[in-house]
Design a protein around this ligand. Structure first.
Ligand code: 5RP
Length: 245
């Protein structure tokens, strides 16, 4: 990651948390979903700072991954299961990073393999917020950053064949400093799917339709298209500002 990119992520994350507190959309006693990755982590850090300075209190968090629950543990943010009676399966707001965002605010997420819990949280939040550096805005999804699809281990081969029938080129995600495939926080595998870009520059498919079609494949736990709870977006610009969309 370049120094600039890292600075942009922190700028977007800090600006979003401060703005949401100022607007009263992050408020004392609320239930908040916290995302995964190198842009979500500064948001968690900033939230902890604003709890420490007394701006908000009594926050109940739900973490999208082990990474996030460990960060909350270190920062003193109380974490609950979505199923806990303190949460009741519904959140006031969720904030997370993104791998790609289209002009229609359709997303690809799951670069950190946390897409399953990220989607449970994003789709069960009254307000969904995305924080991003300037590299994440793209014209179309599916031909640049590979779409992560989480599959149960028994469906590794059959689901890959079904994804290939939808025009994708699925690749089993391999671990880093771990022999063999990535095992998700839920005990599953990730198939990363790229579609060849059509020669005429058109989109290869409609992401909203593809989100449903992929989830109909037996053994697919979830896929990384997020098309159904349009987010508020805080995206850092190269000129030092943060644009809100
Ligand atoms: C993890 C995610 C992340 O939000 C996404 O990969 C962006 O990560 P980063 O902020 O590190 O660029 O979806 O599953």
């Amino acid at each position: 990651m370049t120094g600039n990119r890292e600075e942009e992520k922190k700028r977007a994350a800090f600006s979003a948390i401060d703005d949401l507190i100022r607007e009263g959309r992050i408020f004392s006693g609320m239930k908040i979903g916290l995302g995964t990755g190198s842009t979500a982590m500064p948001a968690v850090q900033r939230l902890a700072e604003r709890i420490a300075d007394g701006s908000v209190s009594g926050i109940r968090a739900v973490a999208t991954s082990f990474q996030t629950s460990i960060a909350c543990e270190k920062l003193g943010i109380p974490v609950f299961s979505m199923n806990a009676k303190e949460i009741g399966g519904r959140l006031d707001l969720a904030i997370d990073g993104v791998d790609e965002i289209s002009p229609q605010k359709h997303l690809i997420k799951g670069g950190g393999a946390a897409l399953l819990r990220e989607k449970i949280i994003a789709y069960n939040a009254d307000i969904f917020v995305i924080v991003a550096d300037s590299s994440k805005a793209v014209q179309m999804l599916g031909t640049g950053f590979p779409l992560p699809v989480e599959v149960v281990p028994e469906a590794r081969v059959s689901a890959a064949a079904s994804l290939a029938a939808l025009g994708a080129k699925p690749v089993l995600r391999e671990g880093v400093r771990k022999a063999g495939p990535v095992i998700t926080d839920n005990g599953n595998l990730i198939l990363d799917c790229l579609w060849p870009a059509p020669a005429d520059g058109s989109a290869p498919f409609d992401p909203a339709e593809m989100e449903s079609r992929i989830n109909a494949i037996p053994g697919v736990a979830e896929n990384g298209f997020f098309t159904r709870n349009p987010p508020a977006v805080y995206i850092a610009a190269a000129d030092g500002s943060v644009q809100k969309r």
